[in-house]
Design a protein around this ligand. Structure first.
Ligand code: NAD
Length: 286
C-alpha cells in the first residue's frame, strides 16, 4: 500500500515515521522542506507538492494545522484533488471544523474519492510512542480497509459515525482536555501559594479521582518552567474556537467551554501563541 503523508510538524513527523516502521511505503510533503529531512533519512520518499504525493498514493494522510490548511492542501492548485486517482482515500488526521469536513468529503466523493476524518488525541508523546487515540468518521468499510495503517500510529481506534463524527468527537475531547488543563493550572497555583511541595502534590493528586493526562504530563512541565510546545497555544485556541462554534450551533449553555475559550484568546492577545498550552499558566503572575 502506498501512503502519502502531508504535514510533518510536531505530530506528523513521528506519525509518518511509525507508518514507515510498520512497513508501509511512505511518500511525504511539507511546505517547509526542512521538515522532511528526518523522514528522508528514515527511508521515506520526499515529494514537492500535495498533487505529486496523491498521484502515486492509495491513501493520502493530512496532518496540518487547521481547516484553512486542509482546504488548501486538498483543493488549491497543486493540491491533493488535482493528482488523486479515483478509488484512493483521503484520511484527514488534523483537528478541523466538523461542518467543513462534511463539505470536503462531499467534494472528494465527486472524484470517486472517499474521505475519513480521523483526528487524534495523546499529544506528542502519544504520536512518538504510536499510542494515539484516533476518532474516526466516514464509511465503516473504508476504516476497516485502512485499520492496519491507523494501528501503526494509534492504540485505540474508535469508529464514531459518518463524515464529521470523528471531528465532533474531537470537539468533546478538547472540551474535556481544556477543563482538565485549567484545573491543573489552578490547582498548582493554589498549591504554590500554600507553600506545598509541588511534585508531591502532582504525585498525590494524579493517583486519585482528580488524576488526568493534563495533570500527569503538563503538571511536571509547569513546575519545571518548561513551556516549550508539544501542543501550541495557537492550535489550542483554534480548537476552542471550533468547540465554541459547535456548542453554539447545538444551542447549549457551556460555561466551561466559554471560560477556556476566553482564557486562550487572552493568551493569544498577550503574545503567548507559540508556547505550549501549559503556558496558559503565564496568564497569572503569582
Ligand atoms: P505543527 O504546526 O507542528 O505542524 C503542522 C505542519 O503542517 C507544519 O510542518 C507545516 O509546515 C505543515 N503545513 C501547514 N500548511 C501546509 C500546507 N498548506 N501544505 C503542506 N504543509 C503544510 O502542528 P501539529 O502540532 O503537528 O498539529 C497538527 C494537527 O494535529 C493540528 O490540527 C492539531 O490541532 C492536531 N493535534 C495536535 C496535537 C499536539 O499535541 N501537537 C495533538 C492532537 C492533535
Amino acid at each position: 500500500m502506498n501512503v502519502g503523508f502531508i504535514g510533518l510538524g510536531i505530530m506528523g513527523q513521528p506519525m509518518a515515521r511509525n507508518a514507515l516502521s510498520a512497513g508501509f511505503a511512505v511518500a511525504v510533503y511539507d511546505r517547509m522542506e526542512s521538515r522532511c529531512d528526518a523522514l528522508r533519512a528514515a527511508g521515506a520518499v520526499v515529494l514537492h507538492s500535495a498533487a505529486e504525493v496523491s498521484a502515486s498514493a492509495d491513501v493520502v494522510i493530512t496532518m496540518v494545522p487547521d481547516t484553512a490548511a486542509v482546504e488548501d492542501v486538498l483543493f488549491s492548485a497543486g493540491g491533493v484533488a488535482e493528482g488523486i486517482r479515483p478509488g484512493a482515500v483521503v484520511i484527514d488526521m488534523s483537528t478541523i471544523s466538523p461542518q467543513a469536513t462534511e463539505q470536503f468529503a462531499a467534494r472528494l466523493r465527486e472524484k470517486s474519492v472517499e474521505m475519513l476524518d480521523a483526528p487524534v488525541s495523546g499529544g506528542e508523546p502519544g504520536a512518538i510512542a504510536g499510542t494515539l487515540s484516533i476518532m474516526v468518521g466516514g464509511a465503516r468499510p473504508v476504516l476497516d480497509r485502512f485499520l492496519p495503517l491507523l494501528q501503526s500510529m494509534g492504540k485505540r481506534i474508535v469508529y464514531c459515525g459518518g463524515n464529521g463524527a470523528g471531528q465532533k468527537t474531537k470537539v468533546v475531547n478538547q472540551i474535556v482536555g481544556s477543563l482538565n488543563l485549567l484545573a491543573t493550572i489552578e490547582g498548582l497555583r493554589v498549591a504554590k501559594a500554600a507553600g506545598l511541595d509541588l511534585p508531591e502534590v502532582v504525585q498525590a493528586v494524579a493517583g486519585g479521582a482528580a488524576g488526568s493526562w493534563m495533570l500527569s504530563n503538563l503538571g511536571p512541565k509547569i513546575i519545571a518552567g518548561d513551556f516549550n510546545p508539544g501542543f501550541s497555544i495557537r492550535l489550542h485556541a483554534k480548537d476552542l474556537r471550533l468547540a465554541n462554534e459547535f456548542t453554539q450551533q447545538l444551542g447549549l449553555d457551556t460555561p466551561g467551554t466559554s471560560l477556556a475559550h476566553r482564557l486562550f484568546e487572552e493568551a493569544m492577545k498577550q503574545g503567548l501563541e507559540n508556547l505550549g498550552n501549559q503556558g496558559l499558566y503565564k496568564l497569572w503572575s503569582d
